[in-house]
Design a protein around this ligand. Structure first.
Ligand code: FAD
Ligand code: SF4
Length: 466
């Protein structure tokens, strides 16, 4: 570590260490991880750039206020287990958040070094620590307190809540509709961005803490809140996500090979369709693939189509690239992999032959006045359309509340079907808490995880009076 008079002295002016990525031409042909992560040498070099600010703006930018300068200091000291402990005070999933958080709008977006140059690569450093589980100090777990809590849904919100409750000595059972845990982390985000082995590691850590997972259990259908309370559960945390696809409501939406992104990604990411016929689930492998949307889901779908062999993958967005809500890194990765971005277009109709999609007719748009969030509204340019050939189309324009929310128990929903919950995750039912996408609408992993942690604290206080 660079020092002057025994005190840490940062490497002023040193350039940010580049990401350790596989070349675009190579990675676009397979499902292997795109980013190999920092080596120890790279992590130490990057950690030496941090100014160790007295008032660290990066911490304010983190939705769960991870003590970033402290964990970076631990990296400098080569105390990687200690660094993980610092992160785990606020975040359960460093290996995952380091890979998928939108750092450019959160911690790195606030880092002081970003004002005149490149911010510290906080996400990469977090991931570096998260990828060293063998160095993690043992998680302390309190003795059993005799209380039982059920968690519904094993996405980031459910597993964060389950982990914190297990540490407090609760008996925790997670009920999950699918055959595998992780929620969107497993069935949505592709292997090349977030390997299944990383998620399995986090789930295994929970099992080692005594958390039980009941898979293939659709809550609200196979059992409900009353069943659980009758069976001795003291509280329930509902974290079922918001995975119901929004319809485009345009002609031709029902043609073959027009997918919702969630179905397309589930086939590939969860069911291994990219290994068909070795794996049973097929997926259409188009040559010209049209993806509609500009968020992370659209990027994942487009890059997946590329890896499945499509020659042309178009990503059509109704605003411009600048307004795309996807992580910046994903947009750059997608472009490097040959994804063609079509700006300022909105789908009007799918055309087809013999029941299969053959083209998409698009309305030309332009940017108008800013909307309530300050983003300029897309406005149709009357009479200007274009038709683009495609043999597969994937709609990634957003999702709605999980329709099972109304069956979760006697809890109040808002007019869009999302569960109403306060800051601590309390619903209108004093024994049921809720958080993650089913409360906020589609958001981010870190926010879903943060909601799970807050609910765990609130449940602990309520049941143990602490
Ligand atoms: P989910 O992850 O949706 O988990 C809900 C779980 O509940 C699922 O496992 C589901 O099967 C289960 N469930 C549903 N109904 C029932 C039921 N009735 N009974 C039992 N179980 C049930 N965020 C980022 O921060 N960065 C990214 O890069 C990013 N990329 C994304 C890419 C894709 C393709 C998608 C779809 C989302 C992405 N997101 C990203 C958003 C992020 O993944 C979500 O905000 C987050 O997963 C929400 O967590 P959750 O726990 O609330 O819900
Ligand atoms: Fe380090 Fe940047 Fe945070 Fe300052 S703002 S402590 S330089 S990461």
């Amino acid at each position: 570590m660079p020092q002057v008079n025994g005190k840490y002295k940062p490497n002023f002016g040193a350039p940010r260490v580049h990401d350790n990525e596989v070349e675009a031409e190579v990675r676009a042909t397979n499902f292997e991880p795109v980013d190999r992560g920092f080596t120890k040498e790279m992590a130490l070099e990057e950690a030496n750039r941090c100014l160790d600010c007295k008032k660290p703006l990066c911490v304010q930018g983190c939705p769960v206020n991870v003590n970033i300068p402290r964990f970076i200091e631990k990296i400098r000291d080569e105390d990687f287990g200690g660094g993980l402990d610092v992160i785990r005070e606020s975040s359960m999933l460093p290996a995952i958040c380091g890979r998928v958080c939108p750092q450019e709008t959160q911690c790195e977006g606030k880092c002081i070094l970003g004002r005149k140059g490149q911010p510290v690569a906080i996400g990469q450093l977090e991931r570096f620590l998260g990828d060293q589980p063998e160095l993690a100090s043992k998680v302390e777990k309190k003795p059993s307190n005799g209380k039982k809590v059920a968690v519904v849904g094993s996405g980031p919100s459910g597993i964060a809540c389950a982990g914190d409750l297990a540490r407090e000595g609760f008996e925790v059972v997670v009920y999950e509709a699918l055959f595998k845990g992780g929620g969107v982390l497993s069935y949505g985000i592709p292997e090349f961005r977030l390997p299944g082995s990383v998620i399995e590691r986090e789930l295994k850590a929970l099992e080692d803490m005594g958390v039980t997972f009941e898979y293939n259990t659709v809550f609200g259908r196979l059992l409900d809140a009353n069943d659980l309370f009758e069976n001795g559960f003291d509280a329930i945390y509902v974290a079922v996500g918001a995975g119901l696809p929004k319809l485009l409501k345009i002609p031709g939406e029902n043609l073959s090979n027009v997918y919702f992104a969630n179905e397309y990604l589930t086939r590939v990411s969860l069911m291994g369709a990219y290994k068909f016929p070795t794996y049973e689930t097929p997926v259409a492998r188009g040559n010209n693939v049209m993806v509609l949307g500009g968020g992370n889901v659209a990027m994942d779908a487009a890059r997946t189509a590329r890896r499945l062999g499509a020659e042309n993958v178009y990503l059509a967005y109704r605003r411009t690239e600048e307004e795309m809500p996807a992580r910046r890194a994903e947009v750059e990765h997608a472009k490097a992999e040959g994804i063609q971005i079509l700006e300022l277009v909105s789908p009007l109709e799918f055309k087809g032959t013999d029941g299969k999609v053959t083209s998409c007719v698009m309305q030309q748009m332009e940017l108008g006045e800013p909307d309530d969030e300050g983003r300029r509204r897309p406005v149709a340019v009357e009479g200007v359309t274009r038709e683009i050939e495609c043999d597969v189309a994937i709609s990634a324009i957003g999702t709605n509340a999980n329709p099972f929310a109304s069956l979760m128990g006697d809890i109040e929903l808002d007019k869009w079907g999302y569960i109403k919950a306060d800051e601590d995750g309390r619903t209108s039912n004093p024994r049921i808490w809720s958080g993650g996408d089913i409360v906020t609408g589609a958001a981010t992993v870190i926010l879903a995880m943060g909601a799970g942690k807050k609910a765990a604290a609130s449940i602990t206080k309520e049941l143990l009076g602490e």
